[in-house]
Design a binder for this molecule. Structure first.
Ligand code: F6R
Length: 596
């Protein structure tokens, strides 16, 4: 989730790059840097945001260059980890967005051949590879380099001796070329360059682009030339920051297939030694607030199933009042911001009690990551919408990965089973895309639901916390009163509130809870409630019980919370949209809650 920009033309590149980087700051702001080429490489970079970079920026003459704003993934936000990165001879400068999966293996190999690394980043391996493979032509070196890279990336590079040339490459992470008159632009996002041109060429996966001020050439990763015409972008700058989506929340929901993959890659489950972990707790306690608490609650089922570790979940602000400690526990704090006071204080109390702590956190370098014994990063990138969506989904992925690892460490999960689960995890982005593609049905149902004053969400087992999260999302952005309940609990009181005015969202996927959920649907239908069932594709029974059915693809049971949650997010979003709510900034709420 970093921002990339490149410029070549007749203007002073410094000014174009700085103004573009300011527009990209919403993608990442923990460090920033710029390189201008002018026969040599002039580099300025530092930790901190654009205001800091501008305050230290000298006069830089030159008409081509690249710039970057960083969202830390490998290595804390420090000057040495900021982009651009240089090769040993300081002739090549490179910026990168994404994750290089095989960076550890490449780094070792390059160090053995004498390369000196200056940063903790995965990015730096690319520039050292380029240095080895460069023989006078940057695009040829990039072509050979990408053949060595695994992972998701968008990169841009310049060489001191190739005046006016920028070369970019894309695999999964976005990259767009802006076509000007005697000038051309390269960026991770349209808003960075929309001020200068509305003529764009969107690079596709496995493509390399070479920019000169009066020429743009594209080839694929086999070196075959590609012809592509530019498209006119009909967007203003504010719209472009949201990539054309009406709200950041919707954009972030649609980013989920990508960030699931990034978190999966970051968890290192795709390599042999990725399964080894030196954590074998006898019990686990998960502490968190709000949406993160719901993710943790789903995690409980994962740890119990894969690692056979009895797991409890506690609202972080309540943890201080409990005094019972089990033997050899692991305390897991889940927090997207890494700054939530309730969670931070609970983790400090756990540490004072001498307990082993682990944080599942999105923001690199945040307070929680500095205080816990172990950190497991989610890689959702910057989330602007106050209501957590992609950070929550990546917490589920991180919890799945951690449960698999602890299961392997405790030998409750065989390596073949772990591999099978990892392969299933790898397929989740595709399944999420299927749900996103089916948004039209959810938009229609949202119209109907938006007329209600109150509603219920029902689920059982691992989908009970998903019902809680569905209700939370609905109430916080649409202001419709919503409650989540375990299906079996309704008859113990809340059923008194169920009438034809209260729609019920019932999670009735094909798992061990299915028959019981059909029973619960019958109970609420008998009270006149309209039921929207969320079921497994191919289920022809559920439509006989529910008024409407939204299908999700078939996946292993513990993966269903991810897919059901995406349906719930879309439902809440579209209801709030019909009601004209201020979706990205719901009333009374803040993105990071730093008071107890
Ligand atoms: C709801 C939401 C909040 C947060 C909660 C904890 O959409 O975002 O409920 O989940 O405030 O925040 P973090 O995860 O930053 O600790």
């Amino acid at each position: 989730m970093c921002g990339i920009i490149g410029y070549t033309g007749n203007r002073q590149a410094r000014d174009v790059i700085i103004s573009g980087l300011k527009r990209l700051e919403y993608r990442g702001y923990d460090s920033a840097g710029i390189v201008i080429g002018n026969g040599s490489i002039q580099l300025v970079k530092d930790k901190g945001g654009m205001a800091n970079l501008e305050s230290i920026l000298p006069e830089m003459k030159g008409q081509y260059g690249i710039g970057h704003t960083r969202w830390a993934t490998h290595g804390p936000p420090l000057k040495k980890n900021s982009h651009p990165h240089l090769d040993c001879k300081e002739e090549i400068a490179l910026i990168h967005n994404g994750i290089i999966e095989n960076n550890m293996a490449l780094r070792e190999e390059l160090i053995q051949r004498g390369h000196k690394f200056k940063s903790d980043t995965d990015t730096e391996v690319i520039v050292h590879l380029l240095e080895e493979l460069y023989h006078g032509n940057l695009e040829e070196a990039i072509l050979k380099t990408v053949a060595r890279l695994e992972g998701s990336y968008a990169i841009a590079a310049i060489h001191a001796k190739e005046k006016g040339k920028i070369v970019g490459a894309r695999n999964i992470s976005p990259l767009v070329v802006g076509i000007g008159k005697k000038e051309n632009f390269l960026a991770s996002d349209v808003p960075a360059i929309l001020e200068y041109t509305d003529r764009m060429i969107y690079l596709l996966d496995e493509e390399i682009v070479t920019l000169l001020k009066d020429e743009v050439k594209i080839m694929d990763f086999q070196g075959k030339p590609v012809k592509r015409n530019w498209q006119k972008v009909e967007m203003n700058i504010e719209g472009a920051e949201k990539s054309g989506y009406e709200h950041f929340m919707l954009k972030e929901i649609f980013e989920q297939p990508d960030v699931i993959m990034d978190t999966f890659i970051g968890a290192n489950l795709n390599t042999e030694n990725g399964y080894s972990l030196n954590l074998k707790p006898d019990t686990i306690k998960i502490i968190a607030c709000g949406t993160s608490y719901h993710a943790g609650y789903v995690g409980k089922y994962m740890f119990e199933e894969f690692a056979h570790v009895p797991t409890t979940v506690e609202i972080a602000s309540e943890y201080r009042f409990s005094s019972i400690t089990t033997s050899n526990p692991l305390i897991i704090g889940v927090s997207q911001s890494g700054e939530t006071s309730d969670t931070l204080v609970a983790l400090r109390i756990a540490k004072k009690r001498g307990l082993n702590t682990l944080g599942i956190v999105n923001i690199v370098g945040s307070t929680i990551t500095r205080e816990v014994d172990h950190v497991f990063y989610t890689r959702a990138g910057l989330e602007v919408g106050v209501a957590a969506t992609k950070t929550y989904i990546t917490q589920l992925i991180a919890l799945l990965a951690l449960a698999i690892k602890i299961g392997v460490a405790k030998e409750t999960l065989g390596i073949d089973d772990a591999r099978y689960l990892s392969n299933q995890l790898r397929k989740l982005p595709k399944h999420v895309r299927t749900i996103l593609d089916g948004s039209e049905q959810i938009i229609q149902l949202a119209e109907e639901i938006s007329k209600s004053k109150s509603m219920f969400f029902l689920g059982r087992n691992m989908n009970f916390p998903v019902a809680l999260e569905g209700a939370l999302k609905m109430k916080e952005i649409s202001y419709i009163h919503a409650e989540g309940y375990p299906g079996g609990e309704l008859k113990h009181g809340p059923l008194a509130l169920v009438t034809k005015e209260t729609p019920v969202i019932a999670i009735a996927v094909k798992d061990q809870t299915y028959e019981k959920m059909l029973g619960n649907i019958g109970e609420v239908s008998a009270r006149g409630a309209t039921v929207i069932g969320i079921g497994t594709e191919g289920d022809t029974e559920l439509p006989k019980y529910a008024d409407h059915v939204i299908y999700i693809p078939k996946v292993p049971p513990l993966f269903t919370p991810v897919l059901v949650s995406v349906v719930m997010q879309l439902l809440a979003y579209h209801v709030a949209n019909v009601l004209g709510c201020e979706i990205d900034k719901p009333r009374h709420l803040a993105k990071s809650v730093t008071v107890e």
